[in-house]
Each structure stands twice: as structure tokens, then as C-alpha cells.
Ligand binder design. Structure first.
Ligand code: NZQ
Ligand code: ZN
Length: 388
């Protein structure tokens, strides 16, 4: 049965090849000084930087540059961004990039007018913002995280070996997000497939929970089928606009809170992946792919009927004459074949994890309680060992 819930999503989306022009509609709504947030330079190489700059100038904005946001943005970079915003009395934060830029912009937005240290306040104590929030907009260039239409902001603290996400509320979500699938064509293949797996796993995290008949699970199955179908086209031809646009749209819906409404959610693969990320700084999607199958194979007996349904409805496994367990196992095997087709990282060793690191990674893994099995630390360690 669907649980009680509220649903709203304040982010306005502009989708398609002409969508960047929508900055002309959005920028006039905000103040004069814009902090332009971007990563390590891909937007300068592919021309997106020049296009955005022109639109900012056309709209009479004073631009304060804040480049160099690294994949898996760090707490040091966050403090630097807050300083830039304060010194320049910034009115608006425009993130041009992937989840890292978007997440970072949100973390800056809640910290500019806050006296406390953002790491302590938002990532250790998980407090909600009680200060003025600087509005954020996003021009997306990398697909996967869903950060363009959610309140998530993940920050890494290398000194403490912790990577933690805070999911903020509506006030922190981007005011608008611009999604032009063509902007993703220049992504290296590794990033494209890591993003595809990130999408798929976001859906799994919300699908593998509960025994009830829930509309959200049917939506999830449709999204998963679309991602699998389009990914197979995109790895053959990364410039297939139809496939890349479907992947982009699926990514947004996979984590804009819709498919989690009315049900509990798991998120253990992400907790394992984040703990791995804190030790290795590895690409987010690859940290998930490395631990996923050992995790799902471990919890499968506790959620057998959903794993069966996954096999039949998503992977089109023929159930005739097979036990539930056989069907479920076959479903996960189909998933493994697809993951290998994409060229995903299938073990932790390839991410630079050694056996000695596993205890530390296990103790940095937050245990979630919404999935089919609440793990203890020994089980986390066992899953990590199976992922090595
Ligand atoms: O930095 P630049 O030079 O721009 O290069 C980036 C970066 O190296 C490159 N890139 C992006 N767009 C490109 C491009 N290269 C060529 N052409 C383009 N069009 O791709 C690399 C990865 O970018 P990044 O933003 O780091 O990737 P992603 O979107 O996967 O974001 C990862 C971060 O988001 C967090 C992750 O933990 C990680 O910190 N997540 C955020 C979530 C959320 N807000 O809800 C949920 C996710 O589960 C995830 O945890
Ligand atoms: Zn993710």
C-alpha cells in the first residue's frame, strides 16, 4: 500500500537543443552578480563556456568565475566557493557541469550566509539551513546524478575519509535546469557509462524495498527498460541524439524524488560506493558498479519476490519451469551481462582498493534501514570482500 506522502518539485526544466536560450528567460529574475561555477575545463574545450558567457553578458550580469570544481567536490573547495560568494556579494549561483558542479553550487548556496562551518553543520550534524539561501541554476553537461532536479549535495572530506550527501529541501533545489542532450556528446565514454549506471542504480535503490503493489515500482521498471535500451544504442553511437536524450530525461526522473514516493528506499549500494569514494576518489558510477552485484546477490534471498519480478519485468527472463530463486539469479546474471557490455568497473581492485583498506571502508559505510536486509558491519565487510 502506498504510504502517506507529499510531493512537489520546484525546479523548472528546459529540455532540448535550443534550451540554453532559456537563460534569457531565467537570468532577469535574479540579481546582478552571478558566480559562474564550472569544473576542470571541459566547458572551455567544447564551447559551452563561451555560449553561457555571451548570454550572461547579454543579460547585463557581472560574472564572478569559480572554476576548478573537481569530480567529488571537496570540503576545501566548498569553503573557497563560499569565500568567493561572500567577497563578491553574489546574487546567483550558475553551475555549468555535471553533478559535482551542481552539488557544489547547492552546498555553497546554504553556506554563504551561515556563520557555522558547513561541513560540521550540514554533513556531520545534518542540520537544515536556517539562513538566507542563494538561488542556484544549472546547465547540465554530464548525465547521471539527477542533481539538476533534486536537493542532493555530496561533499568529500579527504582528511576524515568521509564522503557524505545531504539531501536539502525545496528551497535549495535548482530554480531551473537546462538540459541539452548535445552538451553531453563530448563526455568521455567512461563518464557516459558511469553516468548510465548511476541512473540505473538510483532506480534500483528505490525499487528494491517493500512487498506491496506500488505504482512507483511500475514507473521504475519502465525507466530501467528505457535506460537499458538507450544505453545499448549510445555505446555503439554516442552521438545518437534520441538515445542520449532519453538517457538524460531518464536520469532526471530516476532521482527527482518521484519514484520513491509512498515507499521505503534502500540506498545501501550508494552508502558502500560513497565509502569507497572517500578512500579512492574514484568515479561515482564506478564505485556503485563495483559493489552492486555482490550486494544484490547477498540480499536477494530477503527480497526474493521483488528480485523475481525484476528478472521477468525488466530483463524479460522466461519464468516457465523455474523456481523463484532460479528466476532471480537469472535476472542478476542478465544485469551482469549488460554491465559488462557497457564496460563498467566490476570490482574494487580496479579502483585501487586493497584488502587492508576494507575495514576502514566498512566502518565509513553508513547503514541504511529501508531495504530488504539491515546489514551489520560484518556483513558490510563481507560484501566489500566479495567486491574485491
Ligand atoms: O570538470 P570537467 O572538466 O567539466 O570534467 C568533468 C569531470 O571530469 C567531465 N565532464 C562533464 N561534462 C562533460 C565532461 N567532459 C566532457 N564533456 C562534457 N560535456 O566529467 C567528469 C565527471 O563530472 P562530475 O560532475 O564529477 O560527474 P557526475 O555528474 O557523475 O557527478 C558526480 C558527483 O555527484 C555526486 C557524486 O557522489 C559525485 O560527488 N552525486 C550527487 C547526487 C545528487 N545530487 O543527488 C546523487 C548521486 O548519487 C551522487 O552521489
Ligand atoms: Zn548516484
Amino acid at each position: 500500500m502506498l504510504g502517506n506522502f507529499s510531493y512537489s518539485n520546484p525546479t523548472k526544466l528546459y529540455f532540448g537543443e535550443e534550451s540554453l536560450c532559456s537563460l534569457n528567460e531565467e537570468l532577469p529574475k535574479y540579481g546582478k552578480t552571478v558566480q559562474l561555477i564550472y569544473g576542470g575545463g571541459s566547458i572551455k574545450k567544447n564551447g559551452i563556456y563561451n555560449q553561457v558567457m555571451r548570454l550572461l553578458k547579454d543579460n547585463g550580469k557581472v560574472v564572478v568565475e569559480d572554476g576548478g570544481v573537481m569530480p567529488n567536490p571537496t570540503v576545501e573547495k566548498l569553503r573557497e566557493g563560499v569565500q568567493i560568494a561572500r567577497e563578491n556579494h553574489v546574487d546567483f549561483l550558475l553551475a555549468v557541469g555535471g553533478g559535482s558542479c551542481c552539488d557544489y553550487a547547492k552546498a555553497v548556496s546554504v553556506s554563504v550566509h551561515c556563520d557555522e562551518d558547513p561541513w560540521e553543520k550540514y554533513y556531520i550534524r545534518f542540520e537544515e539551513p536556517d539562513c538566507e539561501i542563494v538561488p542556484v541554476g544549472c546547465v547540465l553537461t554530464m548525465v547521471g546524478t539527477g542533481s539538476e532536479m533534486n536537493g542532493g549535495a555530496v561533499i568529500t572530506n579527504h582528511d576524515q575519509k568521509l564522503k557524505i550527501g545531504h539531501v536539502f529541501g525545496d528551497a535549495v533545489m535548482p530554480k531551473f535546469a537546462i538540459l541539452n542532450p548535445k552538451f553531453t556528446f563530448t563526455l568521455p565514454k567512461l563518464q557516459m557509462v558511469a553516468g548510465i549506471y548511476d541512473i540505473f542504480n538510483h532506480i534500483c535503490e528505490q525499487y528494491f524495498s517493500g512487498e506491496d503493489d506500488n505504482t512507483s515500482d511500475y514507473i521504475s521498471e519502465a525507466l530501467m527498460k528505457s535506460v537499458i535500451h538507450s544505453s545499448r544504442i549510445a555505446i555503439q553511437n554516442p552521438e545518437d541524439y534520441e538515445a542520449r536524450s532519453n538517457i538524460m530525461w531518464a536520469a532526471t526522473w530516476a532521482l527527482n524524488t518521484l519514484v520513491s514516493r509512498g515507499k521505503s528506499t534502500d540506498w545501501m549500494v550508494h552508502m558502500l560506493g560513497q565509502a569507497v569514494g572517500a578512500y579512492t576518489d574514484a568515479t561515482h558510477g564506478m564505485t556503485l558498479s563495483a559493489v552492486s552485484l555482490p550486494y544484490y546477490r547477498y540480499i536477494m534471498p530477503y527480497g526474493l519476490s521483488k528480485f523475481c519480478r525484476f528478472a521477468v519485468n525488466v530483463w524479460e527472463v522466461d519464468p516457465a519451469g523455474k523456481s523463484d530463486e532460479q528466476i532471480a539469479i537469472e535476472g542478476l546474471s542478465c544485469m551482469e551481462v549488460w554491465m559488462k557490455e557497457l564496460g563498467l568497473t566490476m570490482n574494487l581492485h580496479e579502483l585501487g582498493v586493497s584488502e587492508e583498506m576494507l575495514k576502514g571502508i566498512a566502518s565509513g559505510t553508513l547503514i541504511m534501514k529501508g531495504g530488504y536486509k539491515v546489514l551489520n558491519h560484518d556483513e558490510v565487510l563481507e560484501i566489500l570482500k566479495n567486491s574485491l
